[in-house]
Design a protein around this ligand. Sequence first.
Ligand code: SF4
Length: 393
Amino acid sequence: MLCVTGPPPSSAGFLTSRGPCPLRTSGTHDAPTSHPRRFAQRPGGQRPGVTAVEQIPDGIRAGCPKRMVFGPCGGVRDDGGCEVAAQPCVFLDPPLPRWTGPVPPRPAPSADGLLARSRRGPVVLSDLTVRPFDRACVRAVVGALAPVSDGLLIGEHQDRPDLPPTLMAADVLAAGGRPWTTLACRDRNRLVLEQELAGLAEVGVDGVLCVTGDARGPGVRPGVTSVFDLDGTRLAALAAEAGLTVAVPESPDAPPLALRPARVAEKQRAGAQLVVLNHVASAARLAAFTAAARAAGATLPFVAAVAVYTDERSARVLQRFPGLHLDDAAVQRVLDAPDPVAAGIVAAVAEARALLAVPGVVGVNLSGLASARDEETAAAVKAEVATRIREGA
Ligand code: SF4
């Protein structure tokens, strides 16, 4: 392996600087004051078939630490505070940024993929929780979950880096799973995102979940920069152009509540074919959100998150996540039960049934750690939940 620093891009305008080494500092959290409006033609280094036109609407908001254009992110605190900085989120007030770029063509979903299956009945999308850099663990977890899941969602965690997305997807496919790969804008610049999208298309993933990405937590890998060249909406457009089936996230219970339903419609215009929703406190709350999204023009199907937890740690991890709401009374009932594992499975199946009854919801995402014991035990718990949901038990 030849390891090089590499020359800067020819567009870099910082070579006369006598400050810190520019190659070290470029790509971090500069305020978005100098977004290029549009490129008239494809500049050098652009992958064929992918537009170089940046979709930057008028009136972009300065001050977002993630440099988002199509904000807000899902991490807005309950009081409207920013997930990253000690300030209010800059996207709390209308208007919501509108997608004004081209509407990419939607590739036809694969015949036996999750989207096609969702037209025949409810689908189960299971989070794939594995030990990082442990391919034997991937095989074991996929072996447990793939037979009872319509898709396996490969995560992209700020504190648990793993093998590159394309390689993970190939491993999941080889183990018999149907991968949906999460791709986040936090750790990769636009060029590397394009590389991963091309790779995921080559590998043959069922779909890609395009997210901006949660910020790296305090004390997690100090000195590692965060990139955020793009946000989830622009990444969704790139992914659709790359011929991938695109899912996007949304957080119904994160501020600004009134603007979130319309975000779904904007992401659909950018190329999304599916929405994977974050946890909400009740089915009634979910129904209100999906109805509002329909009223705002969204027609795509929803996958609702089901919290799978069977012990203190797996419950608390979910409860601590910004922008995510659980039914705290239901959590306590599981933790106080004589057999919390059995109670957690029953609670997850009951929540799934309630959410699947909401109009527009075509499936559930089995989400969360499920068990603090180990990844194989957690997979067995999720597999049991998935089996009962599918059997209608
Ligand atoms: S909460 Fe998210 S979208 Fe809002 S300003 Fe902070 S990083 Fe940006």
